[in-house]
Design a protein around this ligand. Sequence first.
Ligand SMILES: Nc1ncnc2c1ncn2[C@@H]1O[C@H](COP(=O)(O)OP(=O)(O)OP(=O)(O)O)[C@@H](O)[C@H]1O
Length: 299
Amino acid sequence: MTKSVVLRNITKKYKMYSKTSEKLLDLISPKGYGEDFYALQDISFEAEQGDVIGIIGVNGSGKSTLSNILSGIIPPTSGEMEINGQAQLIAISSGLNTQLTGRENIELKCLMLGFSKKEIRNLEPEIIEFADIGKFIDQPVKSYSSGMKSRLGFAISVHMDPDILIIDEALSVGDQTFTDKCLAKMNEFKAQGKTIFFISHSIGQMKKFCEKALWIQYGRVKDYGLMKDVMPKYEQFLKDYKKMSKEEQKDLQEKAREHNDEERHNLEDKKPKKTFRNIMAIVIIIVIILFTAVMWMNQ
Ligand SMILES: Nc1ncnc2c1ncn2[C@@H]1O[C@H](COP(=O)(O)OP(=O)(O)OP(=O)(O)O)[C@@H](O)[C@H]1O
C-alpha cells in the first residue's frame, strides 16, 4: 500500500501574549517573551491510500489544528510531514472569501488550483448544483448562514478532485438531505481509494463511515488503529469524562498538559541547544563587534 500521509513528531506551538509590546519584544529578544502553548505535541502516524480515518477527541484536544496542518493551511512548528497528493480541507469557516459571491469563490478556487477558463466553465454548473443554495450563489458569502457556507465549501472542495480530503465538522450544520448527499460523495471518494480524514461530533457517523480512528487527547496521540478497537476505549473514556464536573475536566486537561510539558523539557534538556534564536543572538553580537571595530579603525 502507498502511504498518502506520514507525520513524524509534529508539534504546533502557539505563543500567547498578554500585551502587544510582548509580541514585539519576542521578535527581537534572544530570551523570548510570551507564554508557549503546545496545541499539538509529538504527533506521529501514517495513513495509506484508501484509509478513512476519524479524528476523535474531546473539545480543545487539537483536532482542528491537526486538520489545518494536514491541509497545509498552517505550518507545524517542528517535525516532518509527507503529504502525497493534493489535500483539501472542508470546514465550516475555511477557504471562502466572505467579500466575494459564491460564484466568484468557485472561480477563484479553480484559478488558484490551475484550472483553465474552459475547465472552470464546465465545472461551475456542477458545483452550483451540488451546493444547491439557489439565488444566494450571486450574493456575497458574508450574507450566508453557516449551513450555506458549509454547502458551498463542500461542493467546491469535492469538485477539485483532491487526493486527500479532510472534513472538519462541515456536516454538522447542514440538513439531513445535504448530509446524505455529502456522505454519498465521500463514499465515492472512498471507493476511488482516496484518503479521507473525518472530524465529527457524531460518533454514529464516525462508526458508520470510518475504518480507522486517530484519538487525540490534549495535543497528543492517545491511540491509533482500527475503529472497532479504538472507539470502545474512547467511548468508555467519554462516559467517565461526562460524569466529571467542569472543574474535574479542567483539572484533567491541565494535568495532561503539565505532563506533556515535563516530557518535552526532559527531551529538550538532552538536545544540543542550537536554536534559531541563539544563532540570531550570535549574529547580532558579531555585527555589533564588527561595526565597533570599523568605527574604531576609521578614527
Ligand atoms: N491561534 C491559536 N492561538 C492560540 N491557541 C490556539 C490557537 N488555535 C487553537 N489554539 C488552542 O489549541 C488547542 C487545540 O485547539 P483545536 O481547535 O485544534 O481543538 P479541537 O480538538 O479542534 O477542539 P473543538 O472540538 O472544540 O473544535 C485549544 O486549547 C485552543 O485553544
